[in-house]
Design a protein around this ligand. Structure first.
Ligand SMILES: NC(=O)c1ccc[n+]([C@@H]2O[C@H](COP(=O)([O-])OP(=O)(O)OC[C@H]3O[C@@H](n4cnc5c(N)ncnc54)[C@H](O)[C@@H]3O)[C@@H](O)[C@H]2O)c1
Length: 361
């Protein structure tokens, strides 16, 4: 039960890479009061607590049972999301979790059911669909700026998080990879703009089975890859529009736009779906030239945690949060369907003829 103090009392579980960005961004926000933090590694909890003046540092089990915590902010790695979220719900806490909601549909359903049974809310990142960039696109679509939307092209391709993350191994495990790490941003924004996805197909590939940590004290150490690191997917929306989404940790450099929405009368070019802002470009009426509707540059870090703030305000107002578990469950169903299609290679027609070319590798 949230207290009368007009602020949701938050306990943070998972004090790693993103935790300090969250705490810096929600500091001073009246709807959120961070009262405690915990981590499976107590030293990390102590370090975060000291750096952000968090009043209490606890073992994980004590934080989850803490009577004066209303909401657990789950910033653990994806494989721990469901376990931590379900334990927090059992203790009567609301939960806001980093993405994805869970790594399997069975766990996703369990979370939604447990929250419903206890009249608690579960919110999930990403929250960038609430940002000015995505909402500018939504307003353009609503006013018919590109006519009827017919297709989308989305791509997020880079050389992998080991370039900046000191412990990138979890991002290459089953239930992670570029699809589960980056895909939630794109699928959440795309479904906000285009509606539900009803059918998917995919092909996945793994360029290297072993990779190297490039940042932090463990730079130079190698680790094994357990998930596809390049996933090409095809989407069909309930509206009949179709789309392509490519997520990759295998691309050194690219000029492919991050997000384009094509309609019968024009095209919108949007910023990365993991950013809060612009630029957003729109074709001028009757022209193939683009005009800038919203300027850049992109800004992600400064807004991380806004979904938590929106959820806290919604809880205080007795309303459902916008970055809801229902939304997260739809995105998870699409993610797991793409992963299964990429694994099985199903639904594709095999070509039997072969060409011999002089430059075959
Ligand atoms: N790093 C980024 O740039 C970034 C950006 C956006 C979203 N995210 C998401 O944020 C989440 C956390 O990512 P991160 O980069 O901070 O990871 P991280 O590995 O740096 O930190 C995770 C922390 O959780 C702790 N932990 C693991 N299992 C636990 C458990 N069962 N109970 C309590 N603590 C546990 C670990 O000890 C670690 O300190 C992930 O879901 C990730 O997808 C990360």
């Amino acid at each position: 039960m949230v207290g009368i103090g007009a602020s949701v009392r938050v306990g943070v579980v998972g004090c790693g890479n993103v935790s300090s960005r969250y705490l810096a961004n929600v500091a001073g926000e009246p709807a959120v009061t961070v009262v405690a933090c915990a981590d499976a590694d107590p030293a990390r909890a102590r370090a975060l607590g000291a750096a952000h003046a968090v009043p209490e540092v606890h073992p994980v089990a004590d934080l989850l049972a803490h009577p004066e915590i209303d909401l657990v902010l789950n910033l653990t790695p994806p494989r721990a999301h469901a376990e931590v979220t379900l334990r927090a719900l059992e203790h009567g806490k609301h939960v806001y979790t980093e993405k994805p909601l869970a790594t399997t549909m069975a766990d996703g359903h369990r979370i939604v059911e447990a929250a419903r049974a206890r009249s608690l809310q579960v919110g999930t990142a990403p929250d960038t669909f609430l940002g000015v960039g995505a909402q500018t696109c939504a307003a353009l679509l609503a006013e018919g700026a590109i006519g009827t939307p017919t297709s989308v092209n989305a791509a997020m391709m880079n050389a992998g998080p080991e370039r900046f993350h000191p412990e990138p191994e979890f991002l290459y495990q089953e239930g992670a990879g570029p699809l589960f790490d980056i895909g939630p941003y794109y699928l959440t924004v795309l479904t906000e703009l285009m509606g539900s996805i009803v059918r998917v197909g995919a092909l996945g590939a793994t360029a290297r089975t072993e990779r190297v940590v490039l940042a932090g004290p463990r730079a130079g150490s190698t680790f094994s890859v357990q998930t596809p690191t390049h996933v090409n997917s095809v989407l069909e929306f309930a509206s009949g529009a179709t789309g392509m989404l490519v997520t990759s940790f295998d691309v050194v450099a690219t000029r492919t736009p991050h997000l384009e929405i094509h309609g019968t009368e024009g095209t919108i070019v949007a910023a990365q779906a993991n950013s809060w802002g612009g630029p957003v470009l729109l074709t001028a009426a009757g022209s193939t030239d683009f005009v800038e509707v919203l300027p850049g540059p992109r800004d992600s870090d400064g807004f991380m945690g806004m979904g938590l703030v929106e959820m806290a305000r919604a809880i205080l107002a007795g309303q459902p949060a916008l970055a809801s578990a229902t939304r997260g469950l739809h995105v998870l169903e699409v993610l797991t369907a793409i992963a299964a299609a990429a694994r099985d290679g199903g639904g594709f027609t095999t070509i039997s003829s072969r060409l011999e070319t002089h430059h075959q590798t």
